[in-house]
Design a protein around this ligand. Structure first.
Ligand SMILES: [Fe+2]
Length: 364
């Protein structure tokens, strides 16, 4: 009887204790599981971050959703708490760098001491094939803001002069609709602009069916690539979206001269002009001070000529050509622009330039 009473008493006494023990065990196991999962997640985040080139802020913003955090800030806080930080990543990377070893090489046998080639790209100029002797140069047409009467005047003259090569020296197209500058709503019509540019190239090919046409990219043509890079990076990689393809230059047999590349015509260097930032009161004088060689450029929309003689009695000629666009645009009404174009004639490797001005649709 006494034993039974004691047993009952013990059981009654032990029951809550056992219950508490079971609950604690279950809770402990649940926490353990949670901690295990958290630990695994931290390890995963740590491995991911340590192999990533992103800063901790960029990383947290980019992957917070992937790892189940409410925000980048929250994820970054957790990462800092557990030592998943840039400093630690840098330390580990430094530790794992292969140790420098002094190699025994006979440097006398190697021209460049084995130093790798530079990945930098330098400005270059191509050379116009020698067979072209009379080159018509049209610059800064700025379609669709071209001056019809100036363009017609220039083309008429070039046809009469029977040029054997046509060189479009940059800013042939304006790309107003995709420029970074503020745009007038009424003038912004990109499809129409593109259509007019394509039609213009087609027209040039029809007017000069038997001679090579070169299309040099100027600073305005750069707007096309910049816009694609900034607004539609994926499209920028497509073959069909490359500038020359987009304007069907392969179909029209027009040769594309990329930006940052000049063209040598005899002893004359022809550039668009933005490359050498030739402005000021007399752009051809500024050009001389920069290139010190016979140079012709567009870009400044003004006809100017400079002749200088060096110490060896050699004459150096520099020219800026007029444009074929409207002369007093709304954004720059009092610009000292004039219409014009040029013809380069080459004989015995020497170039002669007729820098022609147009006034009121006529050559002056
Ligand atoms: Fe221009």
């Amino acid at each position: 009887m006494l034993i039974r009473v004691n047993a009952e008493w013990s059981w009654n006494y032990l029951r809550p204790f056992l219950f508490y023990l079971s609950v604690s065990l279950i809770s402990y196991l649940a926490n353990f599981e949670k901690k295990l999962q958290m630990g695994l997640k931290h390890d995963q985040i740590k491995d991911h971050f340590f192999s990533s080139p992103l800063t901790i802020g960029q990383f947290a913003d980019k992957y917070c959703e992937t790892y189940g955090f409410a925000s980048g800030k929250q994820m970054q806080k957790m990462m800092s708490k557990y030592g998943i930080v840039s400093k630690e990543r840098a330390r580990i990377r430094l530790e794992n760098l292969p140790k420098a070893q002094i190699q025994s090489i006979d440097f006398g046998e190697i021209d460049n001491f084995g130093i790798e080639e530079s990945i930098g790209k330098e400005y270059t100029s191509a050379r116009l094939p020698e067979q072209y002797k009379k080159i018509g140069i049209l610059s800064d047409i700025h379609v669709p803001f071209h001056s019809v009467e100036a363009v017609v005047c220039a083309i008429k003259h070039l046809r009469e002069q029977e040029i054997d090569c046509l060189y479009l020296n940059g800013d042939t197209f304006d790309f107003y609709s995709i420029s970074r500058h503020e745009k007038e709503k009424d003038l912004r019509d990109f499809p129409r602009e593109i259509e007019m540019c394509r039609n213009f190239l087609q027209k040039l090919r029809d007017l000069f069916p038997n001679i090579p046409i070169y299309f040099k990219a100027g600073n305005h043509e750069n707007r096309y690539q910049r816009y694609l890079n900034e607004q539609a990076e994926e499209f920028a990689q497509l073959h069909e979206m490359q500038f020359d393809k987009f304007f069907r230059m392969d179909v029209l047999d027009i040769k594309f001269v990329p930006d940052w590349q000049g063209m040598e015509m005899g002893d004359l260097l022809v550039v668009h002009g933005h490359e050498i930032m030739a402005g000021g009161m007399n752009p051809s004088q500024t050009t001389f001070n920069k290139t010190f060689c016979n140079t012709l450029l567009g870009h400044v929309h003004r006809t100017t000529n400079t002749i200088k003689k060096d110490g060896f009695k050699r004459f150096i000629h520099t020219y800026s050509t007029g444009c074929l666009t409207q002369l007093s645009p709304k954004y720059y009404p009092f610009a000292q622009h004039n219409n014009g174009f040029a013809i380069v004639t080459i004989a015995d490797g020497k170039s002669k330039v007729d820098n022609i001005m147009i006034k009121d649709g006529k050559i002056v």
